[in-house]
Design a protein around this ligand. Structure first.
Ligand code: 5GP
Length: 184
């Protein structure tokens, strides 16, 4: 237990399990993109850790780019409002784009992002997400490969934050409710 783990009630997904899932998703993407150089599009900020491990686990050539969107305030529930804070640097027309998401919750952010990307006429879009929440009322959005289906709880670690903290925790954990109350 180090300082950065304080407030985490329990570990949901261990580092070794994440590593294995990342390897499987990388193998899936290598097979999907054989002979081509996909553009991996990471969704900031939560997906940086996943993106960084995923691209290194792939055997194919890749290029990377990032987008920043916001659908959350400092709260732990989805607002449904999506804003683009940073757009892509690269032109995606005719390219195979792989959207790399940390977590799909309501699916609203991803749905918005996919509409936005599709308008630029990429040859193909593949979507991978490390985590997907089991939510009956989530929108039906394209996700081609998921690492883990998780319960509808607020998780942190491996890039995911709560009020800016916990991104550098190497596993996925569930916050202790007392930690949430302390900071709001
Ligand atoms: P959605 O639009 O699918 O509801 O939410 C997507 C975004 O909300 C994610 O990219 C992530 O930034 C944030 N989010 C959703 N659920 C969680 C969670 O359990 N923990 C954290 N830290 N962020 C979440």
């Amino acid at each position: 237990m180090t300082r950065k783990d304080e407030g985490i009630g329990r570990i949901l997904i261990e580092e070794a399990e994440i590593r294995e899932a990342v390897r499987e998703i990388a193998a899936f993407l290598d097979a999907e993109t054989t002979g081509r150089t996909p553009l991996l599009v990471g969704v900031l900020t939560g997906a940086v850790t996943f993106m960084s491990d995923l691209m290194r686990a792939m055997e194919n050539h890749v290029e990377i780019d990032f987008m920043a969107v916001s659908s959350y305030g400092d709260d732990t529930t989805s607002s449904g409002v999506v804003r683009i804070l940073k757009d892509l640097n690269k032109d995606i027309a005719g390219r195979h784009v792989v959207v790399v998401e940390d977590i799909v919750d309501s699916g609203l952010t991803l749905q918005y992002l996919l509409d936005h990307l599709a308008r630029r006429e990429p040859a193909r879009i593949t979507v991978v997400a490390l985590l997907r929440k089991n939510k009956p009322d989530a929108v039906d959005v394209q996700v081609d490969r998921t690492g883990f289906d998780i319960p509808d709880e607020f998780v942190v670690g491996y890039g995911l934050d709560y009020a800016g903290r916990y991104r550098n925790v190497p596993y996925i954990g569930v916050l202790d409710p007392s930690a949430i109350r302390e900071w709001v």
